[in-house]
Ligand binder design. Sequence first.
Ligand SMILES: [Zn+2]
Length: 421
Amino acid sequence: MRSTPELLSRPYAAELAERLMRYAKIETASDHHVEAIPSTQCQWDLARLLVEELKGLGLAEVTLDEHCYLIARVPAAPGCEGAPAIGLMAHLDTSSDVSGKDVRPRLIRGYDGGPVELGHGYVLDPSQDNPDLAAKAGDSIVVSDGSTLLGGDDKAGIAEIMAALRHLLAHPELPRGPLEIVFTPDEETGKGMNLFPQGKLSAAACYTLDGSRTGEVEAECFNARTVKARFTGRSIHIGYARGKLANAVSMAASFVSMLPRSEAPESTDGWFGYYCAHEISGSLDSAEVTVFLRDFKAEGMERRVEALRALAKAVEAQFPLGSVELEVNKSYSNMREKLDERPEVLERALEAARLAGAEPYVKPIRGGTDGARLTEMGIPTPNIFTGAYNYHSRFEWVSVSDMVLATETIIELVGLWAKAK
Ligand SMILES: [Zn+2]
């Protein structure tokens, strides 16, 4: 492991903190109630600034399309023209869970390892749910003033890509194949990939800079299905219902009560999937239950769907006058299978993190990611750490030394691909 003072003395340490704080001040909250992409006009402000900065780095091919997708093409360094192109991706928007307006980022140099008074009555306490922060004594960290989120998700990722790119362009002697820099809107709304101009990318692989803890590389997410269970009862005057009524409300309740409690979201973590009864509505005559199914394994997902079919049959057995129908819809798929077809994509990310001096490990994402969607579209896209913590919260904090490690991971990764056949 490299020491914190050594990391903070790297040439891009000050640049990274400066970029993060400058980008964080620009409001880019997205809005999941809005169907249009971008969902909010403010995302253009950061996109346009980045267009100028990328052009300022000497790039000729920088395009911002009508839906706020920014793609910049970086030519290979001399001698590396034959190397495969890779993409580096981060998202422009911030979560709407906490206000992202008038963000006032603060850089704390020589952090003492103790509680941080953010302001507005909020304290970031390493002893409470922030074990990683306790280990950051001596580091420089960036926090908000407590009234907003910081937006390190994903402006830390943007800052790292920009700093790595500036460094690589200033050092043409470093191995560098062609790069495609991609900044996308509306990741937080889950719609960010809907209008993605996939045809404009020629990258053999892409990496999102949108992970958290140092060393973390995410190559796996849930398989997700949404199941609608429709219960058809038989209603009749309830004063004369004996032997004649099938109550759809009771059928739905019976179905929900049979979902395994030990496999609910609140009783699982790590690599375990779940059943989550998410919505219920109905009356005597008919009722509907929405169940979210999550599982890392395709077979596990099949098993869960089969289990719901068996429960539906069990409900029909209890209510002979009623019937149950299931509609199963795919939401997103685990990217691991597609990544396993191209093992070098993940291996190079881990090797690059190791070369940078981080201790890489693979961690599952208990949700979906834009990278998973891009992987499904045919460009394998694992997710790399950024050094930003406590996402979507006013307690967000970013470690500058972790940002240095992420930036050097990018530089090493570019080098590994440039040397690839
Ligand atoms: Zn993010």
